[in-house]
Ligand binder design. Structure first.
Ligand code: FUL
Length: 460
């Protein structure tokens, strides 16, 4: 593919093979059914709710009493309504956070909703509300448990698996199981039996993705909504190691600020240069978990930290629009509802996402590009002001595109480069700046074998 716009362009496929044995190896790595499904429903809400909501803490202490859970109302129908308005496709609920308090009447412990005045099964209320609204439902179950006496002994594996079994058996289909690597620096040393936990999930909910300290969804590596320029889904297999992930997770309540910075030293996780030295590879797409507020749980003070719709939309572009999924945390208040500021911001976010797609100029399914194609041209019937191009690869055939450009055609017939990108993957949203043009041109500059573009859309 020679680039027709740069003088002396002879650098076919940027000088790397389009097809060879190594390329075949890379493109043989594809998503599981569950991973593919999530890529098509890439935006979920994370809901941090529990003992901390009542006590105004972020991590709690594990010494709380059931009486401290003073919540009187929980209204998941409102959460679900807000999630839908925002354009989210699912909700993941913190069924048990690090303090160990369970939002369902677990048979394994007395430390649960069943011994509170509130009394109801919150996991059931939320999963039912999700289901009737057509939203996916996922569970967060903190491996670290400050309350449970067996924590730190092998008996805790049984305790944890029994709790997991309750969650996986009693609440219908579970789309995602979120294992957090966070653990206090002074907590008892303990090697979780991850393989046993994974097997249980696979046995009981084979369609569920296991996220973060799990093999299906890669933690992007920070909690500030930052992503790498190139977020690869095909990466070295060692990245799935839960202990390595846990090691870079939160270590104290006060650490939360630091977690917002990009901590990964491994900026490049999946270029050819990196992968060629790696024996085993896996499909491990990134998820961006970030809170709508400064904190994960609700507090009155936090009401002033709600991100506005502009900021949320930036997070969306930077995650969903950058080959990641977005898990946006929205914590209900102690009245059991999303605060009106959060609700308003979510609604506006939904409007912005709708607006992105509301004025399509051309939307085309391209499929496999002919190897002789140097570029693909799109001609508009009149002058347009393009704001975004949205591209997606057919990831069932792996991720192939490594570099691409978008040019805009001016009325005088000249082309100017409007965007240069690297990875496309499940979705790339390329801002084009609202520039006037009468056509556009997609140039794939570097690819692992034939690029297979599921869809490209240009939007005003
Ligand atoms: C962290 C936890 O320590 C936070 O409290 C929160 O649950 C976040 C999603 O993960 O590691």
């Amino acid at each position: 593919m020679k680039n027709p716009f740069e003088k002396n362009w002879t650098n076919y496929n940027n000088g790397v093979p389009l097809d060879d044995e190594e390329v075949s190896r890379l493109i043989s790595v594809v998503p599981s059914g569950a991973q593919y499904r999530l890529s098509q429903r890439p935006f979920y809400l994370f809901v941090h709710f529990g003992m901390n909501t009542a006590t105004g803490r972020e991590w709690g202490s594990g010494t709380e009493k059931c009486e401290d859970f003073t919540i009187k109302k929980v209204k998941p129908k409102q959460w679900v309504k807000c999630a839908k308005e925002a354009g989210a496709s699912g909700i993941i609920l913190t069924c048990k956070h690090h303090d160990g308090f369970c939002l369902w009447p677990s048979q394994c412990t007395d430390f649960s909703v069943k011994n509170t005045d509130y009394g109801k099964d919150i996991v059931k209320l939320v999963s039912d509300a999700c289901r009737s609204a057509g939203l996916d439902f996922g569970v967060y179950l903190s491996p670290w448990d400050m309350h449970e006496k067996t924590y730190g002994t092998r008996a805790y594996d049984d305790y944890f698996c029994n709790q997991l079994t309750e969650l996986l058996c009693n609440y219908g289909e579970i789309s995602e199981v979120w294992f957090d690597g966070a653990k206090g620096a002074n907590a008892r040393a303990f090697d979780y039996d991850w393989q046993r936990y994974y097997k249980l999930v696979r046995d009981l909910q084979p369609q569920a993705n296991i996220a973060v300290c799990g093999p299906d969804i890669r933690w992007v590596g920070n909690e500030g909504g930052k992503t790498r320029e190139s977020e690869y889904s095909v990466v070295p297999k060692y990245l799935q190691d839960a202990e390595i992930i846990a090691h870079s997770s939160q270590r104290s309540e006060a650490d939360a600020g630091a977690m917002k910075k990009l901590t990964s030293k491994d900026e490049d996780l999946g270029s050819r240069a990196v992968l060629q030295n790696e024996g085993e590879l896996c499909w491990y797409p990134a998820e961006v978990d970030v809170s709508i507020r400064d904190d994960w749980f609700w507090s009155k003070n936090g009401n002033n930290t709600v991100k506005n719709a502009k900021k949320l939309f930036e997070l969306y572009l930077n995650s969903v629009g950058n080959n990641c999924t977005l898990l946006l945390n929205v914590p209900p208040t102690d009245k059991g509802v999303f605060h009106r500021k959060d609700a308003k911001a979510l609604k506006k976010l939904g409007k912005r996402i709708d607006a992105l797609y509301s004025k399509p100029v051309i939307v085309e399914k391209l499929d496999a590009l002919d190897k002789r194609d140097e570029y693909v041209d799109f001609n508009f019937d009149s002058q347009k002001k393009l704001r975004y191009a949205v591209l997606s690869e057919n990831i069932l055939l792996s991720q192939r595109v490594e570099a691409f450009d978008i040019y805009l055609k001016k009325e005088n017939g000249k082309f100017t480069k409007a965007y240069s990108g690297t990875v496309i993957g499940s979705k790339k949203i390329a801002p084009l700046g609202g520039k006037k043009c009468i056509g556009a041109r997609l140039v794939i500059r570097q690819s692992r074998s034939t690029p297979v573009i599921a869809e490209i859309g240009f939007y005003e």
